[in-house]
Design a protein around this ligand. Structure first.
Ligand code: IPE
Ligand code: IPE
Ligand code: MG
Length: 236
């Protein structure tokens, strides 16, 4: 494996437009999007990339028509039920990151079930951002810290904030891939992606393939990452 990122985040965008272009309902695109994710999970395992975080439903996606929201909720829940066994066999650890307070009982139960089922797996860490917002995550982390009597103001640092995010073990994002043509972050992983490299492709998520992923990975290997320092080692 040639210098590939160890943690990639994907904004799986373009499902609706892909379906509309085919004169199909937007929901058809969401359904096909699940198939793409299954293929991409396999590709991650094949390429030996240990962590993947995907954006499945944002805190802003509640603004969509109730019918689409309802479909996405049920698709998420059913996908957990249908895919848990295979993901477990593939040694994939699933973490769902996002707000849980306004999800319904059935969805919550499935979330807790798949997390428990896969908690000891270690081939691929798959974080699924569902009812997730980057700002909501930071707000929730601050609330958690303020409720903890053992935390002193003077001890607040990057590590402590990271430990209070939805997944306390989440590592820094090295690469964000967004499909669907738009060039924005849409409230994804604001804390974790501070120094992530960004990659945008016009390909709609339902059409995104292992080859497209390979292309994105190859581009990453040519990026020069500096983290605020100088890249030539010179002191001024
Ligand atoms: C991404 O596809 C999936 C979700 C946001 C749930 P979209 O549904 O945003 O598809 P477009 O961007 O409208 O094509
Ligand atoms: C981002 O896509 C959220 C997900 C992919 C789940 P959106 O389609 O919601 O983002 P905007 O509205 O184009 O910024
Ligand atoms: Mg979209």
């Amino acid at each position: 494996m040639q210098n590939y990122p160890s943690h990639i985040a994907i904004i799986m965008d373009g499902n609706g437009r892909w379906a509309e272009n085919k004169n199909m309902p937007r929901t058809y695109g969401h359904k096909k999007g699940v198939e793409t994710l299954k293929e991409i999970v396999k590709a991650f395992i094949e390429f030996g990339i240990p962590s993947l975080t995907v954006y499945a439903f944002s805190t802003e996606n509640w603004k969509r028509p109730p019918k689409e929201v309802k479909y996405l909720m049920s698709l998420f829940s059913k996908t957990i039920e249908n895919e848990a066994e295979e993901l477990n066999q593939q040694n994939v650890q699933i973490n769902i990151i996002g707000r849980r307070n306004n999800l319904d009982e059935k969805v919550l139960k499935n979330i807790e079930w798949i997390e428990k089922l896969t908690e000891n797996n270690n081939k691929l860490e798959l974080n699924i951002a569902f009812n997730y917002g980057g700002r909501a995550e930071i707000i929730d982390a601050v609330k958690k810290m303020m409720k903890n009597p053992n935390i002193d103001l003077n001890n607040i640092n990057q590590e402590l904030i990271s430990k209070n995010l939805y997944n306390p073990n989440i590592s820094n994002i090295e690469y964000i891939i967004r499909t669907g043509g738009d060039k924005r972050i849409s409230n994804f992983l604001l804390w974790e992606s501070a120094y992530a490299e960004l990659y945008f492709t016009d390909t709609y998520w339902p059409e995104f393939s292992k080859n497209d992923l390979k292309k994105a990975l190859d581009e990453f290997t040519n990026r020069k990452r500096k983290f605020g320092a100088l890249d030539n080692g010179d002191d001024l």
